[in-house]
Design a protein around this ligand. Structure first.
Ligand code: PLP
Length: 369
């Protein structure tokens, strides 16, 4: 068997006609930037995410960057971020000149640990950036309580969890202003880079809308120093089509996760994902943790199974953040995850035989090692 880490086989072939129809209409439309398809997708995604506003932007990183910018966060302000995340969560506060304050995750959920946040808050703290890592919602009720108590903003990094919930509420609808990515491999992915901002706040929504378009609402009239970060019409059209299937695809991911759990549950050396009470996961990734991670990865690769590591180097040990002066050992939980996490294939269209094959191989591996 040959099982790639990521495939669109359960999503794209079925939508071919609809998507090609949309792209043909787009090609002939004579209108390529900020038109009706963007407006329509923004309305569709705001309805899906149960937020008053959605503002399409060029990618997820820009969404986070613009979010912090319109909140007025900048030099001298401290922003709390998880020590274990994709680098983008750190880059956004870096762009606005803010100081990064990493907080360790809960060692079981891999998400920001609410009990560790307050110790990191100082007079300079302005914002908490929870990341719903691997598709699992953070414990947003506790995080929002802490933010309210200390008068802090919250900017959710919802790049990996479109459709996930904490309690009855969707991720991307808790924070003051939130970012989401539609990078192709995300649960909802465009045919290239794309992202959006979600918020209930009229004023922040207005500012973000102006910011993404050169600081301009009326052509050639610039009210702020903005950037060019617009969502393309072609991406918006395709995203509206794919959005109709997102809940169904997320359900499929949950089913696959269930198969992995029953296939791997008996292995004592494999740590399976732990989903906290009151939250749900849309399983952007299915992470297992094992000591002999690199050996298992090579073993699976030799037998046709693609896996990835999310993420092999935590941000504080990246060359880009050398100037912060962190050393190995400073964030042991993030480092432990980086050293032991392995992401197994999980996507709509991955069939039960394939999951069984992967689980059987992992059993074989542990018999030999
Ligand atoms: C993908 C991702 C981003 C950035 O999204 P892009 O669209 O690639 O810019 C930000 N944060 C996390 C956690 C991500 O996984």
């Amino acid at each position: 068997m040959n099982i790639p880490f990521l495939s669109f086989k359960g999503m794209h072939p079925q939508l071919r006609e609809e998507v090609v129809g949309c792209l043909t209409r787009f090609y002939d439309s004579n209108w390529y930037v900020l038109g009706n398809d963007v407006k329509q997708f923004e309305a569709d995604y705001a309805a899906f995410n149960q937020t008053k506003h959605c503002i399409g932007v060029a990618n997820g990183l820009d969404a986070l960057h613009i979010g912090l910018k319109v909140l007025g966060i900048g030099k001298g302000d401290e922003v709390i971020v998880p020590s274990n995340t994709y680098i983008a969560t750190w880059l956004a506060p870096s762009y606005v000149g803010a100081t990064i304050v990493p907080v360790e995750p809960d060692a079981r959920t891999y998400n920001l640990d609410p009990t560790k946040i307050e110790a990191a808050i100082t007079e300079k703290t302005k914002c908490i950036m929870p990341v719903h890592l691997y598709g699992q919602a953070c414990q947003m009720d506790s995080i929002m309580d802490i933010a309210r108590k200390h008068g802090l903003y919250v900017v959710e990094d919802n790049a990996q969890a479109q459709g996930a919930k904490c309690g009855d509420q969707l991720t991307g609808s808790f924070g003051n202003i939130n970012g989401v990515s539609f990078y192709p491999g995300k649960n909802l992915g465009a045919l290239g880079d794309a992202g959006a901002i979600t918020t209930d706040d009229d004023e922040l929504a207005y500012k973000a809308r102006v910011m993404r378009n050169y600081g301009s609402q009326i052509k050639y009239k610039n009210e702020m120093i903005g950037i060019n970060s617009r969502l393309d019409e072609a991406h918006a059209g395709v995203l509206s089509i794919k959005l109709k299937y997102l809940n169904q695809w997320n359900e499929e991911r949950k089913k696959i996760a269930g198969h992995y759990r029953s296939g791997l549950g008996s292995l004592e050396h494999v740590v399976l994902p732990y989903i906290a009470e009151e939250v749900d996961s849309v399983y952007h990734q299915f992470i297992i943790r094992i000591k002999k991670r690199d050996e298992l990865m090579a073993f699976l690769k030799e037998r046709g199974v693609g896996t990835l590591i999310h993420y092999p180097i935590p941000p504080h040990l990246q060359e880009a953040y050398q100037h912060l002066g962190y050393q190995p050992g400073d964030f042991p939980i993030a480092e432990e995850i980086a050293g032991t996490a392995l992401s197994l294939p999980i996507y709509p269209g991955l069939i039960e035989e394939e999951i069984t094959y992967i689980c059987d191989l992992i059993h074989d591996f542990f018999e030999k090692h």
